[in-house]
Write a protein that binds this ligand. Structure first.
Ligand SMILES: Cc1cc2nc3c(=O)[nH]c(=O)nc-3n(C[C@H](O)[C@H](O)[C@H](O)COP(=O)(O)OP(=O)(O)OC[C@H]3O[C@@H](n4cnc5c(N)ncnc54)[C@H](O)[C@@H]3O)c2cc1C
Length: 474
């Protein structure tokens, strides 16, 4: 009988027979792909082109039964296991070398209940796909700012975007989830069923099992929101960010404004000579009644003399995808992220200095505004602990030529280091680029111990380890 091998967590190989793979194929409704087979390369390719890994076998799951079969196969063969939702994680944790990869992308069902205002969502759904269904009923749950991101990984780590200050994190809007745990069983996690697991998956990432169905709470928004961009020259950034700091401190929960420093893209509303020059862009969205938005936007629109101001009514689903053209898959990406309780003068100076030294035309520094409803949840209420954070700054290096890898990565790290004295010390788990040994502690702070205990209960052998890994308590 022919044997093949898979990589174990130790790096050694685990032999398995053709019979074992045939048995897996017989159990699975979706596809089981070996290297070289049709669809294998597409399934292992993720958003960040820096990641080029080759699993020993990919199970493209059609439903929860397939997930159970794949988890059983990985556990029984002793192979390393990776789980892919939307494939956007910057660290590339959706894919592993040599082991088993569970690909959830085929699981695309979204069922909106407009009467109860809830959604049932499978884990292969992207943010744009979810918005399309929910917006058909004038509903939404808070997610992120790039519509091709997977809802699964985003929700399990927290998830914030344009309407989170009003309605909370994506994970704060989770009502229940179906989870295939390391023993291959499917359990329900909610406030009343396995509440410890429910607590852990709201921020604890993919450490506890594979979520095969999410149930989210929905809120009324759209079909249009007042949103848009205000663009200024980068040379004015220092004064503008000081004013921005005052404006957002007084802003209602409905108003969210992120600031982005980068080279101007060739947007049709920007004069041609501005294209490619340094700009600071304020991107704002009002998540409340349309008639109240104009007044709320006044202070932002009154800052300085913008090159362009395109605040106005936009379809909510379209605004959710507004940054997609700048974040397409296939580029090389590296980022480092800090959390801040406020924007000190020294931090603003540092960010402006580095924004004038961007290492590539697509690189950007962005400040995401958090707070509002997110911060009214106690830090120990769910696994996501960062309820004191007003801004997350992401230093996003993005380039095309592998020859630029070292320079771009070094630049992002130097900005991160320079900003460290101003930061809270915590970090958003979904923005961690690689395991530097401190990331998980900084991601979970005071919740780390409880997470390790719950990990030991649901995954003592650490089957789910290709992630920002929480080690099971001893
Ligand atoms: C361009 C871009 C924009 C982004 N914008 C935002 C933003 O606005 N707001 C924000 O909060 N985040 C944002 N993120 C970060 C995003 O939340 C993370 O990258 C997240 O991991 C993406 O989830 P995914 O399913 O696409 O990723 P994947 O890489 O597929 O999954 C990441 C990890 O999540 C786990 N996982 C995925 N699915 C499951 C499942 N069903 N069950 C168990 N574990 C699972 C696995 O451990 C997996 O390794 C952005 C990322 C990118 C690349």
């Amino acid at each position: 009988m022919a044997t093949r091998s898979l990589t174990k967590p130790s790096g050694h190989t685990a032999a398995f027979s053709d019979q074992a793979i045939q048995a897996l194929k017989a159990r699975v409704r979706g596809a089981v792909l070996a290297p070289g087979e049709d669809g294998y390369d597409a399934a292992r390719t993720i958003w960040n082109a820096m990641i080029d890994r080759r699993p020993g076998v990919i199970v493209r799951c059609a439903g929860a039964a397939d997930v159970r079969a794949a988890v059983d196969f990985a556990r029984e063969s002793g192979a390393i296991l990776a789980v892919r939702g939307g494939g956007h994680n910057i660290a590339g944790s959706a894919v592993c070398d040599g082991g088993v990869m569970i690909d959830l992308a085929p699981m695309k069902s979204v069922r909106i209940d407009p009467f109860a205002r809830t959604a049932r969502v499978e884990p292969g759904v992207t943010l744009g796909e979810f918005d399309r269904e929910a917006q058909a009923f004038g509903l939404a749950t808070p997610t992120g700012i790039n519509s091709t991101t997977g809802i699964a990984g985003l929700a399990l780590g927290g998830g914030f975007g344009w309407i989170s200050r009003k309605f909370g994190l994506t994970s704060d809007n989770l009502i229940s989830a179906d989870v295939v745990t390391a023993d291959g069983n499917l359990v329900r996690a909610s406030d009343t069923e396995n509440p410890d697991l429910f607590w852990a998956i709201r921020g604890g990432g993919g450490n506890f099992g594979v979520v095969t169905s999410f149930e989210f709470r929905l809120h009324r928004i759209g079909p249009e929101v007042i949103s848009g961009l205000i663009v200024h020259p980068l040379s004015h950034a220092r004064a503008l960010l000081r004013r921005y700091r005052e404006i957002v401190a007084a802003a209602p929960d409905e108003l969210t404004c992120w600031a982005v420093m980068r080279a101007a893209p060739p947007l049709p509303f920007l004069p041609k000579p501005v294209h490619g020059t340094g700009v600071i862009v304020f991107a704002a969205c009002y998540a409340g009644p349309m008639q109240d938005a104009a007044a709320a936007m006044v202070p932002l629109r009154a800052m300085g003399e913008p090159i362009a101001d395109v605040i106005g009514p936009h379809p909510f689903a379209g605004w959710q995808a507004a940054f997609d053209p700048l974040l397409t898959p296939g580029a090389r990406n590296y980022w480092k992220s800090h959390s801040f309780a406020g924007l000190d003068d020294g931090l603003i100076d540092m960010l402006c200095k580095y924004a004038n030294e961007l290492p590539s035309p697509e690189t950007e520094i962005f400040l995401a505004q958090l707070g509002g409803a997110i911060n009214r949840v106690p830090p120990a209420a769910t696994a996501y602990p960062h309820r004191d954070v007003a801004f997350v700054v992401n230093v996003h290096a993005r380039w095309r030529d592998p020859a630029d890898d070292a320079g771009c990565v070094a630049w992002a790290r130097s900005v991160f280091d320079a900003c460290t004295p101003f930061a809270t010390g915590g970090t958003y788990v979904n923005f961690i680029p690689e395991d530097d040994g401190t990331g998980v502690a900084r991601a979970y702070l005071g919740n780390a111990k409880r997470l390790a205990a719950i990990k030991a209960k649901y995954d003592r052998e650490n089957l789910f380890r290709v992630n920002q890994n929480i080690r099971p308590a001893g």
